[in-house]
Design a protein. Structure first.
Length: 328
């Protein structure tokens, strides 16, 4: 099987769970590699390199036969572990152990299907303490690298300019002092950041101070938790919204992005919440696609200020993790 990039040890989202039908395989792409997803007879999901090891045809052109994926070219069949179980041209032939296709681990979480070669954890990023209602937003395909997308999500000083009238305004452009602290396993996080927002959420009808908490979940994923700033007579306001960005690095400079919202807002229709996120990302997209280089520079070449300390910490962490896909 072809060597996978080092980033393949992380769980990476590749498709919405609803995209994968029971009757047909699904072609996806991640880290510059083509994969195929398919469901067996019991509904279990499997992921292979989208290349038959026999003559290199795309397995996503094949079909599902019982608990096997059959290649469309010569009919070779592969079980859920990637082992060849049948060669129709040789009915009595027992395929040897070396007749295998490259298999990836698969998991379902947050409405998405995730893959990894050798994940460091048994499951994709878990999100503790977020509201129960989940709203899936996207997907969006954007012409830039996955680290650029995540860094933009972590960046606060663009609110007053890119999202003026929505998440910020020119009268509140100053970035307050804040601290970046590592999680127990060293990922960057900001436990408290306060921002003035003219319209912090889809249902908002006026401006408010909002308390933010940021956490880097992985090389291509991050979480933002938002709650109204508690006043002196209301010290225990519950978390109202959390947003996770899950980026699939299709190629070094092309990314598929999902935003998953968790909210205590039970009244606003889902379509309105999704339209709000569409509008926000629509403001981000032209800026993201204008950035040069498209890959995130980790070795210099861009200037920093104290307002950029979270994105700078994210870049250092990527370096420490040896992330090279989508960086330069």
């Amino acid at each position: 099987m072809p060597a996978a990039p080092a980033e393949a040890r992380w769980w990476l989202p590749v498709a919405g769970a609803g995209e994968l039908a029971a009757a047909a395989p699904l072609a996806v792409r991640v880290l510059g590699q083509d994969l195929v997803l398919w469901r067996d007879g019991a509904g279990g999901v499997h992921a292979f390199d989208d290349r038959c090891p026999h003559r290199g045809a795309r397995l996503s052109l094949g079909r599902i036969v019982g608990d096997a994926l059959q290649c469309a070219y010569h009919g070779w069949c592969f079980d859920g572990a990637g082992r060849c179980t049948r060669v129709p041209a040789l009915p009595g032939f027992v395929p040897p152990a070396g007749h295998v296709v490259g298999a990836w681990q698969v998991a379902e979480a947050h409405g998405l299907l995730w893959v990894a070669r050798e994940p460091p954890a048994p499951a994709p990023p878990m999100l503790a303490g977020v509201p129960a209602r989940r709203v899936d937003c996207g997907d969006y395909v954007v012409g830039t690298s996955a680290p650029r997308v995540v860094e933009n999500f972590l960046d606060t000083s663009h609110f007053a300019f890119v999202h003026e009238g929505w998440l910020g305004d020119a009268g509140h452009a100053e970035v307050p002092d804040y601290r970046v602290e590592p999680t127990a396993d060293g990922r960057p996080q900001v436990l408290h950041y306060r921002a003035w927002q003219p319209r912090a959420a889809a249902a908002a009808r006026g401006g408010a101070w909002v308390d933010y908490r940021y956490e880097v979940l992985g090389p291509y994923a991050a979480l933002l938790v938002k709650q109204p700033a508690a006043g002196p007579d209301d010290p225990a306001l519950a978390v109202s919204d959390a947003y996770a960005v899950f980026a699939c690095p299709l190629d070094d400079e092309r990314t598929r992005v999902w935003f998953v919202q968790f909210t205590s807002d039970e009244a606003t229709p889902q379509a309105e919440l999704q339209a709000f996120q569409d509008a926000i990302f629509g403001q981000d997209r032209p800026v993201l696609e204008s950035q040069r280089p498209r890959r995130l520079p980790l070795a210099g070449g861009e200037l920093h200020s104290a307002a950029d300390r979270l994105s700078a910490a994210y870049r250092r962490w990527l370096q420490q993790q040896g992330v090279s896909f989508g960086t330069c």
